[in-house]
Design a protein around this ligand. Structure first.
Ligand code: PLP
Length: 420
């Protein structure tokens, strides 16, 4: 059998400005390939670039999706012409009523519920698909806490690829149905996400034609999260916010938003003004928050138990890098209880008319907690990343919201129910 890797090696790979892979710990360099761990120092591999000149005008003239940043991503130069899901350029909403409720001067909500499958995962999957195609794969696969499952199944369908999606069998029903509908292979595994992730790593070694977006093509996939940082800066009028609050599962997104901000500064696309990165976790799965509080560099794995199932990764791959980022920028990682998560969902809905899933509830509730503790600067412009849609986690609200009353069809009955 000809292996995918051999096939990929014999092709010319066009990944735009991506130049090589570099190991995160010791900076060992190697050619672009579908690999995720350095054989030299066993640390994660990351994409290094040769950007050349990138101008604001070129970006602004691009499409209203993440491909406007194609000169900053590991994707082919004609990426926008190839079937994919075209996520991104979601709205950045000025959130004055939420700001008042949080006691913070100026708050913006980056509303990533507006992506094709209603979470930020469409960004990372679109980049992974574009890169995987270049490497000669024909199947898109992943272990997922839910949102990634939706995004992979949808992107594979759009590309005409097979998909193999592995999920914990306890996942929310909505996330199961909204993956199964795309008709790929959806496998529910009896175990938690960390069990599913381990299984995926074993399967990736067995099936060379499967691109596991967050395993063997993870260096490319994870770069998709930089677009959240790029968009926030562009939508603020080409400047960086002073504070950003990001939910953490594996921790990849948080580190890549930071990477995006730094790149914009280095390329002269924004003033490299200081900013602070805050991380948000649910208390029932808060290994990074615990390590931050204890002053540790190592993240001790936990067994997750929280309604924020999209964030339920007990052994987060990028946990140590989250700690580095947060400490370097003067931020913090905090966690909130499931009750606070529900209150966070309701607060965002009540104040801004935006319905987020449990991960967004974690972000809003953590911002509130950090503001109350004086860790979030009330005078600094703050962006909250709202990364997924509330329609996917309706069960979290089941016992908390509902009709004010059920009445017969009469004016008096409605007036009575409204107390007047
Ligand atoms: C809605 C949502 N937000 C945030 C995250 C966290 O992403 P990361 O694993 O990059 O930390 C996830 C991960 O699944 C998610 O589904």
């Amino acid at each position: 059998m000809t292996s995918t890797l051999t096939t990929a090696a014999s092709r010319t790979v066009d990944l735009g400005p991506a130049a090589e892979l570099v190991s995160k710990e010791e900076g060992h360099r190697q050619p672009l390939a579908p690999e995720f761990v350095s054989a030299e120092d066993f640390s994660p591999l990351e994409v290094a670039y040769d950007f050349g000149r990138v101008r604001r005008e070129d970006i602004e003239a691009g499409p209203d999706n993440i491909w406007r940043y194609k000169k900053l991503l590991p994707v082919p130069s004609n990426v926008e012409q190839i079937p994919n899901t075209e996520p991104g350029f979601t709205r950045l909403v000025r959130a004055d009523r939420l700001a008042r409720a949080l006691g913070v001067q100026r708050v913006w909500v980056k509303d990533d519920t507006g992506n094709p499958t209603h979470s930020f995962k469409d960004r990372v999957v679109a980049v992974a698909l574009a890169a995987a195609r270049e490497f000669g794969f024909d199947t898109l696969a992943c272990p997922s806490t839910g949102n990634l499952a939706n995004a992979v199944a949808s992107a594979a369908a759009r590309a005409g690829w097979q998909s193999v999606v592995l999920i914990p069998s306890s996942l929310e029903r909505a996330k199961i149905l909204t993956t199964a509908v795309y008709d790929g292979a959806l496998i529910a595994v009896d175990g938690n996400y960390d069990d599913v992730n381990r299984l995926a790593t074993e399967l990736a070694a067995e099936h060379e034609s499967w691109a596991f977006v967050n395993v063997n093509v993870r260096p490319y996939y994870s770069e998709g999260s930089k677009t959240l940082g790029y968009e926030v800066a562009e939508q603020l009028g080409w400047r960086l916010p002073e504070q950003v609050v990001v939910p953490i599962a594996s921790g990849s997104q948080l580190t890549k938003v930071d990477k995006g901000f730094r790149e914009l500064g280095e390329l002269g696309l924004v003033e490299p003004t200081p900013y602070t990165v805050f991380g948000a976790q649910a208390s029932g799965c808060s290994p990074v928050s615990t390590a931050f509080r204890s002053g540790h560099d190592v993240v001790q794995p936990v067994k997750p138990d929280t309604i924020a199932r999209s964030l339920a990764i007990g052994n987060p791959a990028d946990g140590p890098y989250v700690l580095d980022t947060v400490r370097r920028t003067g931020g913090a990682v905090a966690d909130v209880t499931d009750e606070e998560v529900v209150e966070g969902i309701r607060l965002l809905a009540r104040t801004e008319g935006i319905f987020t899933e449990t991960a967004g509830g974690v972000t809003v509730a953590t911002a509130k907690k950090l503001a109350e503790a004086g860790q979030l600067d009330p005078d600094a412009e703050t962006v909250l990343l709202i990364t997924g849609d509330g329609l996917k986690t309706l069960d979290a609200l089941e016992d908390h919201v509902g009709p004010k009353a059920t009445v017969p069809p009469s004016v008096d009955a409605v007036d009575d129910a409204l107390g007047g």
